[in-house]
Write a protein that binds this ligand. Structure first.
Ligand code: ZN
Length: 269
């Protein structure tokens, strides 16, 4: 270990200095490389997230695989960063059953929040992220911005945005290596999600710090969802990007205009 290495207690102290306390619920989005060199690597950051809310608190991370492989919660790698992949592998971690957008949690609330994820819309009502919003969990961004903040998708669900009905077929790996096809809701694009940053700051809802070289941003999920819902109330396309090559947002705009023309024709009936 080098003197300049970032250590677990440095990360815990930085997260706690922003206001996270033992007993809290936390959902974290992390970039391992943003920290600089961490002694023990991804596992150290995963354990620091858990320690920052311990005892009695529960930490969560996304462990999405985006349908890259038939999903088995005990073997399928997470593609949402090295920290999340180390997190779900920790003894005692729980991972949800959703085949493309599973979450992992560690702590007393993990099983309850993650339960039944394969039976509800991916990030909608009854999903782990929705339940974390209901419990006003902290959202921690470490070395990333709101484009990684999946909680904003919960606002789209709560506001019943017109473009939520996009689905895909995913694959679940069952006992005896039997693969079952299931249809799941496919979350949309998040490239435009930094639009929430200004309103959150103006309402003094953003806490910032540093752990090693990583820039930490801490917000309450209730504040994030409220801000994003207000943006959607004013403009149903507020959370869509304007990249010309973004098929998902083009499709979503199409759904919005279909919905608007359905509304105007039903008004004229
Ligand atoms: Zn887009």
């Amino acid at each position: 270990m080098r003197m300049t290495d970032v250590k677990q207690h440095d990360i815990v102290a930085a997260i706690r200095s922003l206001g996270v306390a033992p007993g809290d619920l936390l959902i974290a989005h992390t970039s391992l490389s943003s920290f600089g060199h961490v002694a023990g690597g991804a596992k150290t950051v995963a354990e620091a997230l858990i320690e920052s809310v311990s005892p009695e608190g529960t930490a969560f991370v996304p462990t999405f695989n985006y349908g890259s492989l038939p999903y088995d919660p005990n073997t399928t790698p997470s593609l949402t960063g090295a920290v999340t992949d180390a997190f779900w592998r920790l003894p005692g971690a729980v991972r949800s059953a959703h085949p493309t957008h599973a979450f992992a949690g560690f702590g007393p609330a993990a099983a309850e929040v993650l339960e039944g994820h394969d039976k509800v819309p991916t990030l909608g009502r009854g999903s782990p992220l929705w339940r974390l919003w209901e419990r006003n969990a902290w959202v921690l961004l470490a070395g990333c911005d709101h484009r990684a903040n999946s909680m904003i998708h919960v606002a789209e669900e709560a506001a019943e945005a017109p473009y939520l009905d996009r689905t895909r077929v995913a694959h679940v790996l069952g006992s005896g290596n039997k693969v079952t096809d299931v249809t799941v809701r496919r979350p949309g694009c998040s490239s435009a999600f930094n639009i929430v940053d200004g309103p959150l700051r103006r309402a003094n809802n953003v806490r910032e710090g540093k752990a090693g070289r990583s820039r930490l941003t801490l917000v309450r999920s209730a504040a994030v969802v409220a801000v994003a819902m207000e943006l959607l109330r004013r403009d149903s396309a507020a959370l869509l990007c304007i990249r010309p090559d973004c098929d998902r947002c083009a499709w979503a705009r199409q759904r919005i205009s279909e919905r608007n023309s359905e509304r105007s024709s039903s008004r004229s009936d």
